[in-house]
Design a protein around this ligand. Sequence first.
Ligand code: NAI
Length: 289
Amino acid sequence: MNVGIIGSGTMGSGIAQVAATSGCAVKLYDTNQVALDKAKANLEKILNRLIEKGRIDAEEKTRIQNNISYVNNLKDLSDSNLTIEAIVENLDIKKKVFLELESYVSDNCIIASNTSSLSIASIASSLQKPERCVGIHFFNPAPLMKLVEVIPAVQTSKAVLTKSVETIKSWKKTVAVAKDTPGFIVNRVARPFYGEALRIYEEGIASFSEIDAAMKDVGGFRMGPFELMDFIGNDVNYTVTETVFAAFYFDPRYKPSFTQKRLSEAGYFGRKSGKGYYDYDDNGKKISI
Ligand code: NAI
């Protein structure tokens, strides 16, 4: 199967790894050459780590790497059977890219979005053939997280939904089919997790490291809410909160936080930028102060 991935950032590069590991011929596209180079270098590091842990051998590493080509022209995705978009969480930009993409791919190519919070119906509406559009929502880090939400829009055909579910299952993922509502399942449940943690911090009840420690040590979570926001990216996480808040007609349950807005405005995105709630070294490891 030929798979085109649009956007080689956190999610796009992870999804490319998943598809390539399952034997798909992947083309990973980005407008930013630096992002493409970074994705390639990161994959090399990840695969080397897997070799060190004895999970794969050198032959498997070469096979996975050879299954991915890095391209900077959207036209190069023209022979895709499935495309998954993972670019910036902005409806207008996504719509523009989808419309252009549709002019290159064949009629039966499935066009999917990895959006966390935008309506699949509105993304699909940019296409000549909206029935080919579906949400395929991976979690970060895509190679490790088992769950993938598949979201049919009102326009999505049954055949496209079935094929998408089958494909993602063949990539050894667990599929949850969710309705096209803001945040789908996981991101909706997660909003109060981040939101209440931020409110506790803003009200001076505890520091963010104390909140993280409490949620991990006593709450049983693998990461605290602030560690998780830094991991996801404060820019991405804030935008998702804003979108879900607006999509639920400004229901105060989903109200975004100024603390996170300011971090995002300052470029303190978290792990990927070296600074967020915490500081990180070049390998993305938390620096303890
Ligand atoms: P990111 O910021 O790490 O990567 C986005 C990439 O898209 C960048 O490399 C950028 O150069 C590229 N890009 C931007 N505009 C482009 C365009 N017009 N054409 C081609 N490439 C373009 O973002 P991330 O975190 O990978 O998020 C991507 C999507 O995945 C968003 O829709 C986000 O909501 C969703 N998502 C993010 C998760 C996360 O934990 N970060 C989890 C699940 C979904």
